[in-house]
Design a protein around this ligand. Structure first.
Ligand code: PMP
Ligand code: GLN
Length: 391
């Protein structure tokens, strides 16, 4: 008899880990897993190095350094107009841990959780491990629209929560005011808690400020808002994130957090606290570099005859393979392109359970322009090779 929990028994490594492994094995350009190639900001490295040398290296408080929790409150007040207090903030080891802690604390056996798909890959397994059932609401390219009727159809008397990732990875979509309002309406009407994964809140290229579901009427007490320094500062390896919730919810989720990781390295917390206090133009300069790379990849792909979907946020662009003249599905394209063309990518169907589109490819653009050019050239050559195979 297997002693392994059935959820993990048959589970494959994440698509991100799989593709990065293949990229290393085949010495491919890695436009799969999302991370910037550029060296990190010297300001952030200096802040972390100073903290390692000058501050305590012992366990910080389980809910995070007070200085970081206060810095998160001030950051959200300044940039999103939110009024948070430190007892509403818990620092976690990345957004992934915040998601896990929230789901463990809030989902029980038999509970249903509304899950928009495509979805970050940890959501569904964590809901199931907590005893719940994910109930999918599919979003469709090119506009990935949230539909009130589709949401209403998915809600039953057992529905307890809704997961909302805005801006949306992999699509780069930002929900409209009307879409946020209709999701808030569903939560209020059916007494649902919203777990809002907003890790991409500050990686936006539409020059609009991020607005959280938290600020919709009646939502502050039923929203768990999750953020990540990994995205805000382009430091994915730091795995420093947080969640914000009402004091009651935060306390309960904190109990789950205390037996997951308990706490997060203090030097990184000090550095992130310092970083969040930097002026807006410091963030704008970093965003401009990412925006330049995004435009560069989009133009390069379009010049090479690929059709790029609209998207206003994240480090990713999505390509419509069918419209770009590719006859194989996204998974086959990804698996072959990393081996045969030397470019790693993410097939968006990997972020769907059940029937989803199979013709969308996600590419990470936070790379050097010359590397992006080389990747486009390789992808175009591979597409042409596929066409000759087809005849
Ligand atoms: N949620 C989403 C939507 C993400 O895209 C990511 C990382 N790409 C995470 C959560 C995980 O963030 P972290 O690395 O801080 O755990
Ligand atoms: N979320 C990151 C991405 O979308 C990857 C995170 C991971 O590798 N688990 O690329």
């Amino acid at each position: 008899m297997s002693r392994i929990h059935p959820i993990y028994d048959a589970m494959a490594p994440t698509i991100f880990e799989h593709m990065s492994g293949l990229a290393r094995a085949h010495d491919a350009i890695n436009l799969g897993q999302g991370f910037p190639d550029a060296p990190p900001s010297p300001d952030m490295i200096d802040a972390a190095a100073r903290a390692l040398a000058e501050r305590s290296n012992q366990y910080p408080p389980a809910f995070g350094l007070v200085e970081l929790r206060d810095a998160i409150c001030q950051y959200y007040a300044r940039r999103q107009g939110l009024d948070l207090s430190r007892d509403q903030v818990i620092v976690t080891s990345g957004a992934t841990e915040a998601l896990a802690a929230a789901l463990l604390a809030l989902v029980g056996p038999g509970d249903e959780v509304i899950l928009f798909q495509p979805a970050y890959d940890s959501y569904a397994p964590m809901i199931r491990r907590a005893g719940g059932t994910p109930v999918s609401v599919h979003l469709s390219p090119p506009d990935w629209r949230y539909d009130a009727e589709a949401i209403a159809r998915a809600i039953t008397p057992r529905t307890r929560l809704l997961m909302f990732n805005d801006p949306l990875n992999p699509a780069g979509k930002v929900a409209s005011d009307a879409e946020r309002a209709l999701i808030a309406d569903a939560c209020r009407r059916h007494d649902l808690i919203a777990i809002c994964d907003e890790v991409w809140e500050d990686v936006r290229f539409d020059s609009a400020p991020h607005r959280s579901l938290w600020s919709q009427p009646g939502m502050a007490e039923r929203t768990v808002k999750i953020g990540s320094a990994g995205k805000i500062f382009g430091l994915t390896g730091w795995k420093t994130g947080w969640l914000c919730a009402s004091p009651d919810l935060a306390r309960a989720i904190g109990r789950a957090h205390q037996f997951l990781t308990f706490t997060t390295p203090p030097a990184l917390q000090w550095a992130v606290a310092e970083g969040l206090g930097r002026p807006d133009d410091w963030f704008a300069a970093q965003r401009a570099v990412w925006a330049g790379a995004r435009d560069h990849l989009a133009h390069g792909l379009e010049r090479a005859g690929f059709v790029v979907l609209p998207g206003a946020a994240t480090w990713f662009l999505c390509v419509d393979l069918v419209a770009s003249g590719v006859a194989i599905d996204d998974r086959s394209f990804s698996e072959r392109a990393v081996r045969e063309a030397g470019v790693a990518s993410i097939p968006v169907s990997a972020l769907f359970e059940g029937d989803g589109p199979r013709h969308i490819l996600r590419l990470c653009f936070t790379k050097d322009h010359a590397l992006l050019d080389a990747a486009v050239e390789r992808l175009a050559r591979f597409r042409d090779q596929l066409k000759t195979e087809a005849v």
